[in-house]
Design a protein. Structure first.
Length: 465
C-alpha cells in the first residue's frame, strides 16, 4: 500500500488533468464512489477518448452511500487497514469484504470476475489469462486522469500486459498497494560472533561468512523449502542469478517475452553456487520439510545467522528479534557491481464489469498519494508505498528493521535492479517447476544443469497450453 499525508493535503491538491480540465482530487475520491455521481474517468477495454469530466464539488461526499465489494488475501492486514482509513476519510464509502488464501484465489479468481456480481477490487494471483479472457478493467484512462503515467515506469511495468499477451509493457490492468523488497535478514549477535562488521560487498564475502558460521557450529541460513509453502530456496537462487547476470533477461523470462529462457550460462553459475551451499550444509537438514511459518519462528528464536525473505516479515522480526535483526540487499558478484532484488507490488485489479470501478480506481490513487494511507503502508505493511517520486517515504518506528529495508529499496531503485519473482512466471511454474526441482536438489537428486532444463521445459509446456 501507499502512505499518505496526515493532513490530507495531497488529497486536496489540484493535480489531476484531463484535456482542458483541472480538478480536485478530494472531490474525485468522494464523488467517484457515490452511485449516480458524475465521475472520472469512464474506461473501456480499448481506451480511445479522454476521460469524462468528474464532479468537482466536495459536497458529493455527503451524497448517496456506496458499498464496494472487495476480495482480500487472508493473512495480510494492510488492505483491511487501508479500507478502514478510506472509509474514515470518506464516510459515504463502505466495504463489503471477503477473503481467501492466495492458493485458493489462483483457481477462484476467474470465476469471481466472471460472476453476476464481480468484485470492484480483488487480489490478483495472476494477470495474463485474466486479461486474455477480458475479465479485468483496462486502467489506461485512469492512469492518464490521475497522473500515474508520471510515476516511475518500473512501478507499473509488472501490471502491464501487451497485445501479444506478455507482461511488462502495454496497457495497465492492475495497481500495487505497496512494493515489497527482498534481501537478507541477519541475527546481529550471531553475525558478530562470526566477525561480520558490515554487509558483505560481494558474493565471495557472503560465502566466506557462511563458511565461518558453519565452522562455529551455527546454522548459516534458515530457509524453508516445503512443498506446501513453495520452495524458499528460489529466493537465494534468484538473488544469485542477479548477482552473476543482468536482471533484464530474468524479467523477460518472467514476463514471457518471446524466446526468453531461464537456462542461461549465468543462471547456471547461480544454480551451481546454490548446489554448493546445499552440499556444504548451509541450509537446514530438514529444509524440505520446513514450512514458511516454521522457518520464520526458528529464525526468530535465534536459529540461523541469515535468512532470505521479504520486508512483509518486518513486524514479526521486530517483535521476535527486537533490536537484534539487520538487513542488507544481496551483493553483486563483483565489488561495486549493481545490486538487485525481487520487488513486486501487492497486486489488485478491478473487474471488467465492476459496478464501482471508479471508486476502486480512486482508492488506488488515494493509497499512493494520501499521507495517512502512505503511513499505514509503512507502519502495517512494512514496505515502500510507491507513488510519485516527490513524496517523502513516511518514517517507521525508531529502531524498526523497516527503516533498513526502506533505505535498501532506494539503493535497488538507483541501480534499476528491481525484479519480479521467478515464481510468478506462469500460474503454476512455482508449484510444478521450481518447488519439486529445488526439493530434488536438496535431496541430492537434481543437478544445476538439470534444474534449469527441467524448469524451462515446464515453462514451455505451460505456455503452450
Amino acid at each position: 500500500m501507499f502512505s499518505t499525508n496526515p493532513d490530507g493535503s495531497l488529497a486536496r491538491r489540484r493535480f489531476i488533468r484531463g484535456p482542458g480540465i483541472l480538478v480536485a482530487a478530494l472531490a474525485i475520491l468522494a464523488s467517484a464512489c457515490a452511485p449516480g455521481a458524475s465521475v472520472a474517468p469512464s474506461v473501456s477495454t480499448t481506451p480511445s477518448t479522454a476521460p469524462t469530466t468528474p464532479a468537482t464539488s466536495a459536497s458529493a461526499a455527503a451524497g448517496p452511500s456506496a458499498s464496494a465489494d472487495a476480495v482480500f488475501e487472508t493473512g495480510f492486514d494492510l488492505p483491511f487497514k487501508l479500507s478502514e482509513e478510506f472509509t474514515k476519510q470518506f464516510p459515504n464509502v463502505t466495504w463489503k469484504i471477503s477473503q481467501d488464501q492466495f492458493a485458493n484465489l489462483i483457481s477462484t479468481t476467474p470465476r469471481l470476475l466472471a460472476g453476476d456480481n464481480p468484485p470492484d477490487l480483488i487480489r490478483l494471483p495472476t494477470m495474463v489469462s485474466l486479461v486474455k479472457d477480458n475479465l479485468l478493467k483496462n486502467l489506461d484512462d485512469y492512469a492518464t486522469a490521475f497522473g500515474w503515467d508520471k510515476w516511475p515506469a518500473a512501478q507499473l511495468a509488472q501490471n502491464r500486459v501487451g497485445t501479444d499477451g506478455t507482461r511488462g509493457a502495454g496497457s495497465l490492468y492492475a495497481a500495487g498497494l505497496n512494493y515489497s523488497l527482498t534481501g537478507v535478514f541477519y541475527n546481529k549477535k550471531l553475525a558478530t560472533q562470526i566477525g561480520m562488521t558490515e554487509a558483505p560487498k560481494t558474493v565471495a564475502e557472503f560465502e566466506d561468512l557462511l563458511a565461518k558460521a558453519k565452522a562455529a557450529k551455527l546454522q548459516p541460513i534458515m530457509q524453508w523449502n516445503a512443498a506446501a509453502s513453495g520452495a524458499g530456496l528460489a529466493f537465494p537462487l534468484q538473488q544469485l542469478m542477479a548477482a552473476y547476470g543482468e536482471t533484464a533477461p530474468i524479467n523477460d523470462w518472467i514476463f514471457q517475452k518471446s524466446g526468453a529462457t531461464i537456462d542461461t550460462p549465468t543462471n547456471l553459475t547461480a544454480a551451481q553456487h546454490l548446489e554448493q551451499w546445499v552440499k556444504a550444509g548451509y541450509f537446514p537438514k530438514d529444509a524440505n520439510a520446513t514450512e514458511y511459518t516454521d522457518a520464520n519462528a526458528r529464525f526468530g528464536k535465534g536459529e540461523g545467522v541469515f535468512m532470505f525473505n521479504g520486508d512483509w516479515q518486518n513486524a514479526v522480526y521486530d517483535k521476535d528479534l527486537s533490536g537484534n535483526v539487520g538487513f542488507f540487499v544481496f551483493p553483486s558478484a563483483t565489488d561495486g557491481g549493481s545490486v538487485a532484488a525481487m520487488s513486486a507490488p501487492l497486486t489488485y485489479g478491478i473487474a471488467a464489469d465492476a459496478k464501482n470501478a471508479d471508486c476502486a480506481a480512486a482508492f488506488f490513487n488515494w493509497v499512493a498519494t494520501n499521507d495517512a494511507a502512505r503511513q499505514v503502508d509503512v507502519t502495517v505493511g512494512g514496505s515502500n508505498p510507491g507513488g510519485p517520486t516527490d513524496l517523502a517515504i513516511p518514517p517507521a518506528a525508531a529502531g524498526s528493521i523497516t527503516n533498513d529495508t526502506l533505505a535498501a529499496g532506494g539503493d535497488v531503485a538507483k541501480s534499476n535492479g528491481a525484479m519480479d519473482f521467478i515464481a510468478n512466471a506462469t500460474g503454476t511454474i512455482f508449484a510444478q517447476g521450481w518447488t519439486p526441482e529445488l526439493q530434488k536438489m536438496v535431496g541430492d537428486k537434481q543437478t544445476p544443469e538439470g534444474l534449469l532444463k527441467a524448469v524451462q521445459a515446464e515453462y514451455a509446456k505451460e505456455l503452450a497450453q
